[in-house]
Design a protein around this ligand. Structure first.
Ligand code: 5GP
Ligand code: ZN
Length: 111
């Protein structure tokens, strides 16, 4: 399967890793939208977060736990978790991922 994030998990494409466990990998976004912009992904390929949730509740929990741990490790008091699901919602890489964004004020509602 030709998946960019699977290649990052496998080490075929380099990335700046923030956390790696048996189940998840976190790395810096190549085009950061905030001073902190980390992507948290399951090591196993799922097209989107809905497929993860429908398949593996433990893995869903691990993704959110990793986000909270990274936020804590980075000393973030405020941060935004963003999950684009489907092209109209802004998803461009179809391997499930959480965006962890911090370091500036964010607008609401999102654009
Ligand atoms: P999406 O638009 O699917 O919600 O988010 C995909 C994210 O992946 C984007 O923020 C984009 O900058 C990031 N991205 C795309 N290609 C690469 C890459 O090769 N390496 C890294 N680290 N991030 C990437
Ligand atoms: Zn993948």
């Amino acid at each position: 399967m030709d998946c960019l994030f699977c290649k990052i998990v496998n080490g075929d494409i380099p990335a700046t890793f923030v956390k790696k466990t048996e189940l998840i990998t976190a790395f810096k976004d190549i085009t950061p939208q905030a001073p902190t912009h980390v992507l948290i992904i399951p090591n196993k390929h799922f097209e989107n977060i809905g497929q993860v949730s429908n398949t593996d509740a433990n893995l869903t929990a691990e993704l959110f736990k990793a986000a909270a741990e990274i936020a804590s490790e980075l000393g973030l008091e405020s941060y935004r978790l963003n999950i684009n699901t489907g092209a109209d919602a802004g998803q461009s890489v179809f391997h499930a991922h959480l965006h962890l964004l911090a370091g500036r004020a964010f607008a609401w509602p999102p654009g």
